[in-house]
Design a binder for this molecule. Structure first.
Ligand code: MIG
Length: 822
C-alpha cells in the first residue's frame, strides 16, 4: 500500500508509468477492487503556523494539520487535506482536553517544536514530517517515515487517509484489542471491521471489535498511538516493509493521539483517560456465571440452578439465550417455555441466582409485534441511500435494525428494557451487534446512520454500531434500575466501549489452541483499555475433553469475566458434567474465585479509578526484559497474583518465568526468586499461582453466591517480604453508585519486613464502613520465631503458628499498625 515518496512531493501524478501498470495488474488479479490507479497526495513543506490556545495549525499552503496539546503526555494530530477539518466528534473520546501544566512553541531553522514539560512534537519544515521525543532523554519515540498522505475517494467523497511511521529494528508492538494470534504484533498486518467470526482461527482477522490503539515498545521505552477513526482501518507493523509501521482508513479524518510512556502501564492508563474506564460492575457479576445456548424450558433453567446449589458449586447468574423469546422477537417471552417469567426469576433469585437475558439488534418485520410497530412509526430503523429500509435475515427471519447511532433511538431502546427490569432481570447480553446479518455478513455500505447528528454511511458507522447498542442498553438499564449498577455484555464494540459493558471473545472452539488463544486475547483486551473480558469457558462449539474443561475453568478463575458457555448442539456442559475428579477440581477453583472476591473486586476498583488494566501481561510487568516481549501465557491479575495457566493436554508441570523479586507458590508456600525461570508442578488439580512477597491478599469466606453470608471476619493473608510493599482493599455497597459520592472504603496496607520484624500499617480513605469488625491474619513465610505482636501500642497474647507454619491472630479492623517481632 505504501510508496516511498521523495521529499514529500506529490507522487504518482507524473510518476513512473511502469508502477501504475504494475498496480493495475495487481488490481486485475483481484477483481473485487476497482481499476482506478491510486493517486496519493502527500503533505509538502510547512509554510506557516498559527497558534490558537492549545492548538497549533500548520499549513503547506493547501492542507492543514492541527497539533493539539491534550495533556502533559498526550498530543493529538489531525489532517485536513484541503484545509477544512471535519466536525470534531468522537464516540471514543467524550472530552479531548485534559489538564496541561505548561506548553510552548519554539522555532528552529528546520523545525517547529511544540513541547509540554514531558514531550515534544517536532514538525520538520522541509517536508512536514512529524516526530515525538522525550524531553529528558531526548529519545525520539515515534517518527514519520513519510508525511501524512491521502487519496481522494471518488465514489463516496472524502479521502482514504494514511500515516506511515518509522519501524525500528528493535521495536515491538502490542494492543489492538480484539486480535487472535501472538501477543507481539510485529510483522503482522491487521484490519478493523467488526465481524461475526464464528469459530475464528489463530491469526484470523478481522474479529468482532475495533480498538485502533497500539503500544510501541522501543527496546525498553513505550509510547502509544490511538488512531481514532471508525471507518474500516488497517495497521501494518513492519510486515510490508520492515522499516515502516503504518495505519490507514477507508475514510474519515487522519486523526491520532500520540501517548507518551515511558512505561507501557503509563501508556495504557493515559489511553484510559481519553476513552474512559469501566464503571464498577455489580459485585455479583464478578462471580461465576453459567450460560448455554439455550437453557429452556423453565424446568431446565431451575434444574441447572438447583444443580449448583445441591452440589455446592458457587454461581451467581444463569443465562437465557435467544430461545426464551417468542419467535426470537426481542422483548417478548415464549410463554410455552416460560409461562410466568416473573415467578421464575424470583424463584431463581430466592436461591441467589441472577437472570441475564440476550437481546439482539434485529427486529422482526411483523406488524403485530409492538417493538417493530413502534420503531416503524417513529422512523427508528436504518435505511439505505435511496430510503429503502435496511432489511436482512437474522434469527427472527426478515428484520429491520434500529439506528443506535441516533440518540433518540438509543433513548427509546433503553426504555424497552422496562418490562425485563420489572420482571427482575439483572443483566442484559447484547449479541450480533457487529451488526451480523445472515448471508451478507453485515449491512451494505450505503446504509445511512444519524451518527449523533454528524451523519454517515455504514462505512463510517459500522464499527461503532455495537458500541452504541450496548451504550443504549447500559444507559437504559441504569435509569430503570434506579441507581443500581447495570450489568451488560456486548460482543461488538469500538474504543470506549468499556464505559458501557463487558465483553466476551465470541464464538470460540473447544480446543487447546483456543484455550491458548483466549488467554492471549483477554490479556490483549486488557492492555487495550477493555479489561472486563472473558472467553466462553469450555469453548463454544465442539466438545472439550474433561481435562480441557477443567484447565479452562482454572484459567477462567482469573478471567475478569468468568462465564461458561456452549453451543446448542453440544453435550451438557456444567461444572459437574464430567464426573469426578473433575467436578471437585472445578469446584475448588470456582470457590477460589469467591475466596479472592475482595482482592478481585479491589483490582476492578484500581481499574475504574486509576485506569490500571486488570490483567497484566509479562511484557507490561517487565518491559525492559526483552525476552518478555515474546512471553505471552503468564500474567498477573492486578499487581499481586501471578497466573501460570496450563494450556497443554497431559501436562503435570511447566516452566514459569517469575519477574524480579520474591514470589510465594500459592499452594505450597515455597518462596522462589524472580528474574529467572523455575520448573513447577501442575497436576490436574493445580494451576500454578504465585503471590508477590509482601502482599496482603484479603479473603472472604466461600459463598455460593455474592451476598449469601454475612461477613464477620475478613481473612488477611500476608506474605512476608524483607522489603516494603503496598496492598489495597476496596469495599463498598456492591451494587449502587454511592461510590461516586465517596461512599466506599479504600484501605492501604503497607507491609515492611526485616530479619527480626514485620510491620503492617493501615490507612483508610472513603466514607463507607463495612459490617464486619475483625480481621483474622494468616501470615505466611515469617523467617524468625515470633515472640511478640503489638497492635497500636498494645501487646496481644493470643497468637499461634498453624500446621503450615503460618502465624495466626486477630485484630479489630481499625488498627493503625501491627508489629510482629522476634
Ligand atoms: O448466530 O444466540 O456468539 O454466544 O449463544 C448465533 C445464539 C447467535 C452467537 C453468540 C453465542 C450465542 C448465539 N449467537
Amino acid at each position: 500500500m505504501e510508496e516511498n515518496n521523495e521529499q514529500g512531493k506529490e507522487i504518482k501524478n507524473n510518476a513512473n508509468i511502469q508502477e501504475i501498470v504494475e498496480e493495475t495488474i495487481q488490481h486485475l488479479n483481484n477483481p473485487v477492487t476497482d481499476l482506478k490507479p491510486i493517486v496519493k497526495k502527500y503533505l509538502t513543506a510547512v509554510q506557516h503556523v498559527v497558534a490558537e490556545g492549545n492548538k497549533f495549525y500548520f499549513s503547506d499552503g493547501d492542507a492543514r494539520v492541527e497539533v493539539r496539546v491534550v495533556s502533559d503526555e498526550i498530543i493529538r494530530v489531525r489532517l485536513a487535506p484541503h484545509g477544512v477539518f471535519l466536525d470534531d466528534f468522537s464516540y471514543a473520546v467524550p472530552v479531548v482536553d485534559q489538564k496541561v501544566t505548561t506548553f510552548r512553541i519554539d522555532e528552529t531553522e528546520d523545525h517547529y517544536h511544540i513541547s509540554t514539560n514531558t514531550v515534544t512534537c517536532n514538525v520538520r519544515k522541509l517536508d512536514f514530517q512529524i516526530s515525538f521525543s522525550d524531553n529528558i532523554s531526548g529519545q525520539v519515540m515515534n517518527e514519520d517515515h513519510s508525511p501524512m498522505h491521502w487519496e481522494e475517494n471518488v465514489d463516496f467523497g472524502g479521502y482514504y487517509v494514511y500515516a506511515t511511521k518509522q519501524c525500528l529494528p528493535e521495536e515491538n508492538f502490542f494492543g489492538l484489542g480484539d486480535k487472535s494470534g501472538n501477543m507481539n504484533l510485529r510483522g503482522r498486518h491487521f484490519q478493523n471491521w467488526n465481524t461475526d467470526a464464528y469459530s475464528f482461527g489463530w491469526e484470523q482477522d478481522p474479529l468482532y471489535r475495533t480498538i485502533p490503539f497500539y503500544v510501541g515498545l522501543h527496546d525498553t521505552t513505550a509510547y502509544g498511538i490511538f488512531f481514532d477513526n471508525t471507518f474500516r482501518s488497517y495497521f501494518d507493523f513492519g510486515r510490508e516493509d520492515q522499516t515502516k509501521t503504518s495505519f490507514w482508513a477507508d475514510g474519515g479524518e487522519l486523526q491520532y493521539y500520540y501517548i507518551h510512556g515511558p512505561h507501557m502501564m503509563d501508556v495504557v492508563k493515559r489511553y484510559q483517560t481519553l476513552t474512559g474506564t469501566h464503571p464498577m460492575p455489580p459485585q455479583w457479576a464478578i462471580g461465576y456465571q453459567q450460560c448455554r445456548w439455550s437453557y429452556y424450558p423453565e424446568s431446565k433453567v431451575k434444574e441447572v440452578a438447583e444443580g449448583f446449589r445441591s452440589r455446592q458449586i458457587p454461581c451467581d447468574a444463569i443465562y437465557l439465550d435467544i430461545d426464551y423469546m417468542d419467535g426470537y422477537r426481542c422483548f417478548t417471552w415464549n410463554k410455552k417455555h416460560f409461562p410466568d417469567p416473573k415467578r421464575m426469576i424470583k424463584e431463581l433469585n430466592d436461591i441467589g441466582m441472577k437472570t441475564v437475558v440476550m437481546i439482539d439488534p434485529g427486529i422482526k418485520v411483523d406488524d403485530n409485534y409492538w417493538v417493530f410497530k413502534e420503531g416503524k412509526d417513529k422512523n427508528f430503523f436504518c435505511r439505505r441511500s435511496d430510503d429503502y429500509f435496511m432489511e436482512g435475515h437474522v434469527w427472527p427471519g426478515r428484520c429491520q435494525f434500529p439506528d443506535f447511532t441516533n440518540p433518540t433511538v438509543r433513548e427509546w431502546w433503553g426504555g424497552l428494557y422496562k418490562e425485563l427490569v420489572d420482571l427482575g432481570v439483572a443483566g442484559v447480553w447484547n449479541d450480533m451487534n457487529e451488526p451480523a446479518v445472515f448471508g451478507s455478513g453485515t449491512f451494505p455500505n450505503d446504509v445511512r446512520h444519524n451518527y449523533d447528528g454528524y451523519r454517515g454511511s455504514h462505512r463510517k458507522a459500522h464499527n461503532v454500531y455495537g458500541m452504541q447498542m450496548v451504550r443504549s442498553t447500559y444507559d437504559g438499564l441504569k435509569k430503570l434500575m434506579r441507581n443500581k449498577r447495570p450489568f451488560t455484555i456486548t460482543r461488538a464494540g469500538y474504543s470506549g466501549m468499556q464505559r458501557y459493558g463487558c465483553v466476551w471473545t465470541g464464538d470460540n472452539v473447544a480446543s487447546w489452541e483456543h484455550l491458548k488463544m483466549g488467554n492471549i486475547q483477554c490479556q490483549r483486551m486488557s492492555v487495550s483499555g477493555v479489561p472486563f473480558c472473558g472467553t466462553d469457558i469450555g469453548g463454544f462449539s465442539g466438545e472439550p475433553t474433561p481435562e480441557l474443561f477443567t484447565r479452562w475453568i482454572q484459567l477462567g478463575t482469573f478471567s475478569p469475566f468468568m462465564r461458561a458457555h456452549s453451543a446448542g448442539d453440544t453435550a451438557e456442559r456444567e461444572p459437574w458434567s464430567f464426573g469426578e475428579p473433575f467436578t471437585s477440581i472445578n469446584r475448588k477453583f470456582i470457590e477460589l474465585r469467591y475466596k479472592l472476591m475482595p482482592y478481585i473486586y479491589s483490582v476492578f476498583w484500581e481499574h475504574h479509578r486509576y485506569g490500571f488494566p486488570i490483567l497484566r501481561p509479562m511484557v507490561m510487568l517487565e518491559q525492559d526484559n526483552i525476552s518478555n516481549h515474546y512471553r505471552q501465557d503468564e500474567f498477573t491479575f492486578g499487581d499481586k497474583i501471578l497466573i501460570c495457566p496450563i494450556l497443554e493436554p497431559g501436562a503435570v508441570s511447566r516452566m514459569v518465568y517469575l519477574p524480579k523479586g520474591k514470589w510465594f507458590n500459592y499452594w505450597s508456600h515455597e518462596v522462589l526468586t524472580g528474574g529467572q525461570e523455575h520448573h513447577v508442578d501442575a497436576p490436574l488439580d493445580i494451576m500454578p499461582i504465585f503471590v508477590r512477597a509482601g502482599s496482603v491478599v484479603p479473603e472472604y469466606p466461600v459463598m455460593q453466591f455474592v451476598g449469601e453470608k454475612r461477613i464477620d471476619e475478613v481473612r488477611m493473608n500476608i506474605y512476608y517480604a524483607d522489603y516494603e510493599v503496598n496492598s489495597f482493599l476496596y469495599e463498598d455497597h456492591g451494587d449502587t453508585f454511592a461510590y461516586e459520592q465517596d461512599i466506599y472504603s479504600e484501605k492501604k496496607f503497607n507491609v515492611k519486613g526485616d530479619a527480626e520484624s514485620l510491620t503492617i500499617r493501615q490507612s483508610v480513605e472513603g466514607l463507607y464502613t463495612p459490617n464486619y469488625e475483625l480481621y483474622t491474619y494468616n501470615v505466611v513465610g515469617i523467617p524468625f520465631e515470633v515472640k511478640k505482636i503489638t497492635i497500636d501500642d498494645k501487646d496481644i497474647v493470643d497468637f499461634s503458628m498453624d500446621e503450615h507454619n503460618c502465624l495466626q491472630f486477630k485484630s479489630n479492623k481499625n488498627f493503625h499498625y501491627i508489629r510482629i517481632t522476634i
